[in-house]
Design a protein around this ligand. Structure first.
Ligand SMILES: [Zn+2]
Length: 66
């Protein structure tokens, strides 16, 4: 099975022998990782809301003194 390298578009064999898959070479893999690290790509996702304190039944207002 052959796939296209996401970086340069080169057709490359997808196999376990290729540690850089789906890239064609280490160079392309590093370039892609570099793009991620540089923030060129944005990963869509939900913003994590701040901790909502208050209505939480699982945590009683005071420790049970027993
Ligand atoms: Zn490539």
């Amino acid at each position: 099975m052959k796939v296209k390298c996401p970086e340069c578009g080169e057709r490359v064999e997808w196999s376990r022998d290729n540690p850089y898959r789906p890239f064609c070479s280490e160079r392309c893999k590093l370039v892609d990782l570099g793009a991620w690290a540089a923030g060129d790509r944005f990963i869509p996702g939900e913003e994590i809301p701040p901790e909502a304190g208050g209505d939480d039944e699982s945590s009683p207002p005071f420790p049970s003194a027993g």
